[in-house]
Design a protein around this ligand. Structure first.
Ligand SMILES: Nc1ncnc2c1ncn2[C@@H]1O[C@H](COP(=O)(O)OP(=O)(O)O)[C@@H](O)[C@H]1O
Ligand SMILES: [Mg+2]
Length: 398
């Protein structure tokens, strides 16, 4: 019935049909009521037949909401009219945005780069942030590639407010099911759309752009869209998309602002922040030296001082003097002297830590280093000499 070049309401000359479904049409037209003529979009609804009150209600709401919205990335409302022909036609006129819808780009085989995906995501989130902070909140409810326009100015625009909701539904009230299967989340089909429902639809849209497959055709697991194997994204970006498309709305980002800041900070970096939190924080050093008996296992020994002690091994007989480890005196018994030396070498640090108070670990280490050097220079000859002498003495006595 409607044809190209036909003039509606005495000023809108139809140029090209852009969309058509049951009783509804979208046309690119020219507003010849202004000079020079301007390109506009005329959306038409034919009342009667398949189109019933619910559809008219949504159509009028689309016009009402669009009239009130003022955002640079949403087409501006221009006019609303009706034509009493054989059918009753309602017409909504709004600004035309030169460009192509993302659906058209997908059909043309366009593949989106990761950078472009992030850009689209950020642009749409900013528009959603605007809609969701309005009072009453405006929910788009039909976000998908065909309703996003990639403008000639390289900006992303949101169109088609034909499913919009601008009032909270009363409990138990009847509702019209709106949205598109695959993009709309489950809760929306139960008439409980929330701001996070638009976030889900954005997530599903981005997944479509990334995989080239509509979300309805993608495999699912536990109601989640499985896209991870089909894309090569950073782990941060994958978890961001997963969070956007969580089946339960309360598991998603709460607001567009939250999703936007997670996108900007990069969930990858927020993940590493999380692991920083999990990593055990270094325990403040507690100087517990000089506590407990030598064999008291409850006294924790600092990791840094554990290990072999050359000073204690080479001069077990002298070493007790400054370390208070009197057990070292047993080294004077020639028959067991070498055993004591080994015991001192392996446990000397631990025993010395327990046997006296040290100012710090550094103090302890410096002290032991000094004894090790002395051990090498004097300990070896003296030890040998001492043992030979003592051995002879003992043999002479016994
Ligand atoms: N303001 C606009 N500027 C440019 N193209 C538009 C505009 N509005 C709609 N379109 C194009 O027309 C198509 C159909 O319009 P839309 O409002 O989405 O109607 P429908 O309710 O039939 O989905 C869109 O997918 C988009 O490609
Ligand atoms: Mg549409």
């Amino acid at each position: 019935m409607l044809q190209t070049e036909q003039i509606l309401n005495e000023r809108y000359q139809l140029k090209q049909e852009l969309g058509k479904n049951a009783g509804r049409q979208t046309w690119l037209a020219e507003d010849i009521g202004v000079s020079p003529p301007e390109s506009v979009i005329v959306k038409l609804l034919a009342f009667g037949g398949e189109v019933q009150w619910d559809d008219l209600k949504l159509f009028e709401r689309e016009a009402q909401v669009l009239k009130q919205l003022n955002h640079p990335r949403i087409p501006k409302y221009r006019d609303y009219f009706h034509i009493d022909d054989r059918l009753l036609w309602f017409g909504l006129v709004h600004e035309y945005i030169p460009g192509s819808s993302l659906k058209e780009l997908l059909i043309q085989g366009k593949r989106f780069t990761h950078f472009q995906i992030r850009q689209i995501a950020a642009d749409v989130l900013k528009i959603l942030q605007f809609l969701h902070q309005l009072n009453p909140v405006v929910l788009h409810r039909d976000l998908k590639p065909s309703n996003l326009i990639w403008g000639e100015d390289d900006q992303i625009y949101l169109v088609d407010f034909g499913a919009v909701q601008d009032k909270a539904l009363k409990e138990g009230a009847t509702f019209t099911v709106v949205g598109t299967y695959g993009y709309a989340p489950m809760e929306q089909f139960g008439g409980r759309a929330v701001p996070a429902s638009d976030l889900y639809a954005l997530g599903a849209t981005l997944i479509h752009l990334l995989t080239g497959t509509t979300p309805a055709e993608l495999p699912q697991q536990n109601l989640r869209i499985r896209f991870q194997e089909l894309v090569s994204l950073s782990p941060g970006m994958v978890s961001w998309l997963e969070k956007l498309t969580e089946p339960a709305p309360e598991q998603r980002f709460k607001t567009a602002a939250e999703a936007l800041s997670a996108l900007k900070s990069g969930m990858a970096t927020s993940k590493s922040k999380a692991s920083q939190l999990i990593r055990p924080t270094p325990v403040a050093f507690v100087n517990n030296s000089g506590q407990g008996g030598l064999l008291d296992a409850r006294v924790p020994i600092p990791e840094e001082i554990k290990g072999w002690n050359w000073g204690a091994f080479l001069m077990p007989w002298l070493w007790p003097l400054t370390n208070n480890v009197w057990i070292g005196l047993l080294a004077f018994i020639p028959q067991i002297g070498w055993l004591v030396a080994i015991a001192m070498g392996s446990h000397g640090n631990e025993w010395a830590w327990k046997s006296r108070k040290w100012r710090s670990i550094q103090h302890f280490k410096a002290h032991q280093r000094g004894w090790a050097i002395a051990g090498i220079l004097f300990g070896i000859p003296v030890s040998l000499g001492l043992w030979v002498a003592l051995f002879s003495l003992f043999s002479a006595i016994l």
